[in-house]
Design a protein around this ligand. Structure first.
Ligand SMILES: C[S@@+](CC[C@H](N)C(=O)[O-])C[C@H]1O[C@@H](n2cnc3c(N)ncnc32)[C@H](O)[C@@H]1O
Length: 262
């Protein structure tokens, strides 16, 4: 099937600045471009740079539940690919991060024998590491979708960094244009209190979407969570509480001297 392929690219978070040279080439040179991005300037740029570009927005809003829209998007990508053409799909951020439809499309396309791949992009989390000076490798880092954290009571290690995605639309499985997050934030606070004190300082984060703009960084005490205004692009960062203890049996098994740990 040399005449057809599927390449999923990410446009990053900041308009144009995060678009890689490789992603640009696929957008401009593919037979067909399907896109689902959350920012109008990027939509316009894609439309201008490929005359066969098509927005996936109508499918994204077609059904009441987001999960049904995601399935329909996967099906639409595959139907487009089956028309024997080189298809590029553009999603914002990193296209494999909290973005199931394209991941599923690539998996299914490969099962059907098509050449299909994902190119990495700059995610909101990558921007957070830079803006909040967080190294995920220093003490480990959890990354959870906020509703998923709650409904599965996922375990948190409070000695590691914690990043919560979709924290402004807790419990919303539909299209959260005017979502009231008050109850969700209260439920989240009560769950986080199992691991963190009310006085623990946390940060609400929104990466800049345009060059020369600054990120939104709001620091507050955890107990204030229900009073903080959040949006669908808000991410919550919770720093660690204290240091994890060292397991001396493990040090011995690895031949590490405790004095060499700094
Ligand atoms: C469906 S996910 C998409 C993530 C995207 N694929 C990425 O790689 O960043 C949406 C969530 O990503 C996070 N997000 C998106 N844009 C953001 C921004 N500008 N700043 C901070 N977080 C953002 C928020 O947690 C938001 O609820």
């Amino acid at each position: 099937m040399d005449n057809s392929s599927l390449v999923v690219v990410g446009s990053g978070i900041k308009f144009m600045s995060h678009l890689t040279t490789e992603a640009k080439a696929y957008i401009t040179q593919s037979d067909k471009v399907l896109y689902l991005v959350n920012e109008p300037a990027m939509k316009e740029w894609i439309q201008k740079n490929n005359k066969n570009a098509e927005s996936l927005d109508p499918i994204y809003t077609k059904y009441p539940l987001r999960i049904d829209c995601y399935r329909a998007i996967t099906d639409y990508i595959l139907d487009t690919l089956r028309q024997q053409q080189h298809v590029c799909v553009v999603l914002y951020g990193h296209p494999a991060v909290f973005a199931q439809p394209a991941l599923n499309a690539v998996r299914k396309a490969r099962e059907e024998g098509y050449y299909a791949k994902i190119l990495p992009g700059i995610s909101a989390e990558a921007c957070l590491f830079a803006d909040l000076l967080v190294d995920p490798g220093s003490i480990g880092c959890h990354s959870f979708e906020a509703t998923d954290l709650l409904i599965h009571r996922r375990q948190i290690n409070p000695h590691s960094h914690l990043i919560l995605w979709q924290v402004g639309i807790i419990g919303a499985l539909d299209h959260p244009y005017a979502h009231d997050n008050t109850n969700g934030a209260k439920v989240l606070l009560s769950y986080l209190n199992v691991f963190y004190s009310n006085e623990h300082k946390v940060t609400l984060y929104e990466a800049a979407q345009y060059p020369h703009f600054e990120p939104k960084i709001i620091e507050f005490c955890l107990k204030e969570l229900p009073d903080i205004t959040m949006t669908p692009i808000s991410t919550l960062y919770i720093p660690p509480t204290g240091n994890a203890t060292v397991d001396h049996a493990m040090l011995e098994a690895l031949g590490i001297n405790v004095r060499d740990l700094r």
